[in-house]
Write a protein that binds this ligand. Structure first.
Ligand code: OFO
Length: 163
């Protein structure tokens, strides 16, 4: 199937965005690792791997539909963190941004009656819902317990258990 040009461009660009997400999460993992929060570090390493898988899902979808994959440039994550709350907030803001990108893609696919792409995107709609719930929870927990050393220690152990 030949994809509509706009749908093709949006999907191809989304590959880069998913890799950027992986990059951002790896930067967050590095920050927590460098501050001794190994539970948080491995949580965000895992998120980074998942983002790479998302990119590959789109990569394969384009090929399965006879489209070229043109990899774009992945920007460096331009972030610096001053406390343990900032990374989890950055992750939440990023997930909300990606949800917007997926919604734009879905709207564009709907506009040209591309039902196959809409069905393909449904997985991402669901995934974004789950990821926003998790990201929100990470923010709430850090806000509530992260200010105290013992609270932070317990949180770090809890995050390990959830993996
Ligand atoms: Fe790719 O899953 Fe969220 O961002």
């Amino acid at each position: 199937m030949i994809l509509d040009k706009k749908i093709y461009t949006l999907l191809n660009d989304q590959i880069t965005k998913e890799y950027y997400s992986a990059y951002l999460y790896l930067q967050i993992a590095a920050y927590y690792d460098e501050h001794g929060l190994d539970g948080y570090a491995s949580w965000y390493e895992k998120q980074a791997h998942e983002e790479e898988e998302h990119a590959m899902k789109i990569y394969r979808y384009l090929h399965e539909n006879g489209q070229e994959v043109k990899l774009g440039q992945i920007d460096a994550p331009n972030v610096t963190f001053n406390d343990f709350l900032e990374p989890v907030k950055a992750a939440l803001a990023h997930e909300e941004y990606i949800t917007g990108c997926i919604n734009d893609l879905m709207t564009a696919a709907k506009g040209v009656h591309d039902y196959r792409t809409m069905e393909f995107l449904q997985w991402f709609v669901h995934e974004q819902g789950e990821e926003e719930v998790n990201a929100n929870r990470m923010v709430k927990l850090m806000e509530t317990f992260g200010g105290k050393k013992l609270g932070l220690f317990v949180l770090n152990e809890k995050v390990k258990e959830r993996q």
